[in-house]
Design a protein around this ligand. Structure first.
Ligand code: MN
Length: 245
């Protein structure tokens, strides 16, 4: 098996290194990851400038672009083979509910899925990399056996609690929850007296009931949500059709 691994925290991130160590035990692994942290980059592609591929001392390739750039370049001209699986992560911090729209981690996996390759995005619930080796071990379990039976290609969003491997309660198939709107932007001044803004934190969970990703992880389970790309609101499509007549 050949696995392409990327992330959005950058090619030096501990979550990436742990994931590569785990997957290398069962597969041929190639890493193509962003040079810099691209958390929140969503599915952005860099169209305004050319991109460079560099190789780090450990063999990881890194690109001065976004997570989507990395997977896109790897698949469309850089690699001389088609990966059997694309894995992204392990992200520093959860990607649940509405986060999935902004996440560069999910986007890297999505880019592979758009090319018809099965893809999995892994994130850890809390930042700080605590129990990252345990999360990587669980990710390896999933890749080895626990997604059997899914039609391919699939796009899975996986969130793992920060706890020892043996304390993970199990795995739950979930739907995305919802968050409240983001906190307000933080307004400040730079040293030259000009107004600057920091994007505020994401909103707290609004829909976190049983069955959601938020609920599963809060209960100590690994959450697995199968994602799709079609954003069409079919219910409103019917309303719109009637209204347009
Ligand atoms: Mn990130």
């Amino acid at each position: 098996m050949k696995i392409l691994i990327s992330n959005d925290d950058g090619y030096l991130a501990p979550g990436l290194i742990s994931l590569v160590s785990a997957m290398s035990t069962i597969a041929e692994v190639v890493v193509v990851a962003p040079e810099n942290n691209c958390s929140g980059a969503s599915n952005a592609l860099t169209l305004s400038r050319p991109l460079s591929v560099s190789c780090a001392g450990n063999g990881f390739y890194f690109i001065n672009g976004t997570p989507s750039d990395c997977v896109h370049i790897a698949l469309t001209g850089m690699l001389d083979f088609r990966p059997d699986l694309i894995i992204s992560g392990i992200n520093q911090g959860q990607n649940m509910g509405d986060d999935t729209l902004y996440s560069g981690t999910v986007a890297a996996a999505t880019e592979g899925y758009l090319f018809g390759i099965p893809a999995i995005a892994f994130s850890q619930e809390h930042k700080g990399w605590k129990y990252i080796e345990d999360a990587a071990r669980f990710a390896l379990d999933m890749v080895k056996s626990k997604v059997a039976g899914l039609t391919t290609p699939y796009l899975l969003n996986v969130n793992i609690p920060n706890c020892p491997y043996d304390e993970i309660k199990g795995i739950r198939a979930t739907r995305l929850g919802r968050r409240h709107p983001s906190e307000p932007v933080i307004k400040s001044q730079n040293p030259r007296g000009e107004t600057i803004y920091w994007i505020g934190p994401s909103g707290s969970a609004k829909d976190a009931e049983d069955g959601t990703d938020f609920y599963a992880v809060a209960q100590g389970f690994v959450s697995v949500t199968p994602l799709q790309i079609d954003l069409t609101n079919f219910q409103q499509m019917e309303q719109l059709k009637k209204g347009l007549l």
